[in-house]
Design a protein around this ligand. Structure first.
Ligand SMILES: Cc1ncc(COP(=O)(O)O)c(C=O)c1O
Length: 375
């Protein structure tokens, strides 16, 4: 068997008894929607994140949409975000009727560049006076926190709400606090490949605001009011399945230890690839990355093609996140961006690729990955 890109099988083998038992419990009590495991998971997830509230939902995409809707963001509003991310980040902004404004990334961390954010807000006020700057949605790409001190300060100065896209960074820390506790609302994904994943789709919103939590709770179930058949706002069906919460509970219990092992795996890559000539990930001081991906940069796209072919030959999987930044995706053509507008994201997209990463990646397999890569 080849080396898995993300080794979920080994994790399952470790906690199989608890996972199977939890799933059986759900089958027996039969409360497939909003069963007791949901509240138990939410309370443990909030304790882990360090927030007053956690609201589970159907996916990371649902989480972002719930957050935007709860903050009443819609037509005429501008939301600043990174173009170097997964489709869903900006997609949810468009779904509310608001306009995403892409801000280029820092070439070292691949996260939204605060200096460019300031310029983008200033430029927008002049060039698009019909739009109101309302929010910023930083993304913790590959599990690395964005530059929150600077972003939160700029948001405060400009009266912007902050929605953290922590889909890839659940468990990551910025100056000792979890990124899921930052901003007005932080959103994460429990898609299976994420650092903490379930066995299907799942997500959650985190906030310290009782008011926002109440609104999101209502939005999650068709804008419900006093009871199921009292609807006070337009909402969604965005609940997490009980079975997913049942799966997440034992996974959350071992997650802190897995995060530590992820650091060891990443450190080993750093050491083994130190002389490779590749651009390795940079983790600024005071940040704990959860390594949703371990991504490196080749010299150019031809070099990346050659290295990925070398890996394929040795039966080592690799992947590219993200070859096309969002501003160049057909789906966002109406926004009017063109190649050259966000050069850092474009250039990184041409050179970056990710190596197998998981807390269950053995040192022998990691050696095999590096040997294949170094030729
Ligand atoms: C940065 C980012 N935002 C949002 C999402 C959406 O999450 P989901 O796939 O759970 O809807 C993902 C993951 O897929 C992501 O990586």
């Amino acid at each position: 068997m080849g080396i898995p890109f993300i080794d979920l099988k080994s994790q399952y083998a470790r906690i199989q008894e608890e996972v199977d038992q939890n799933i059986r419990n759900v089958l027996e009590h039969g409360r497939y929607v909003m069963g007791p495991e949901i509240a138990e998971f939410e309370s443990k997830a909030a304790a882990f994140a360090g927030t007053r509230h956690a609201l589970s939902c159907g996916s990371g995409t649902d989480a972002l949409l719930l957050a935007l809707m709860a903050l009443n963001i819609g037509p005429g509003d501008a939301v600043f975000t990174s173009p170097f991310t997964f489709m869903a980040t900006a997609e949810t902004i468009v779904l509310t009727g608001a306009t995403p404004v892409f801000v280029d990334i820092d070439p070292a961390t691949y996260n939204l560049d605060p200096a460019r954010l300031e310029t983008a807000i200033r430029d927008l006020r002049i060039a698009r006076p019909e739009l109101t700057p309302r929010a910023v949605m930083p993304v913790d790409i590959f599990g690395l926190p964005a530059d929150y001190d600077r972003i939160l300060k700029i948001a405060e100065t400009n009266d912007l709400r902050v929605i953290v896209d922590a889909a890839q960074s659940f468990g990551a820390e910025y100056k000792g606090v979890k990124t899921a506790s930052l901003g007005d609302i932080a959103c994460t994904s429990f898609f299976p490949a994420k650092p903490l994943g379930c066995y299907g789709d799942g997500g959650a919103c985190f906030t310290d605001s009782d008011e926002l939590q109440d609104i999101m709770q209502s939005l999650r179930v068709h804008g419900q009011g006093e009871d199921k058949y009292d609807n006070v706002r337009i909402g969604l069906n965005a609940r997490m399945d009980t079975i997913q919460a049942a799966v997440l509970l034992p996974k959350l219990a071992i997650f802190p230890e897995e995060i530590q092992v992820r650091q060891t795996v990443a450190r080993r890559y750093n050491e083994k690839l130190a002389q490779s000539g590749l651009v390795l990930p940079l983790i600024p001081e005071d940040m704990l990355c959860v390594w949703a991906q371990y991504s490196v940069q080749a010299k150019d796209s031809a070099h990346r093609d050659a290295l990925q072919a070398q890996l394929r030959q040795a039966d080592v999987p690799s992947a590219i996140y993200y070859p096309t930044p969002l501003h160049l995706q057909t789906a966002y053509a109406d926004l009017g961006y063109k190649r050259g507008d966000l050069p850092v994201s474009e250039s990184v997209g041409e050179r970056i690729f990710a190596l197998p990463m998981s807390p269950y990646l053995s040192e022998a397999d990691q050696d095999a990955v590096c040997t294949a890569l170094l030729g």
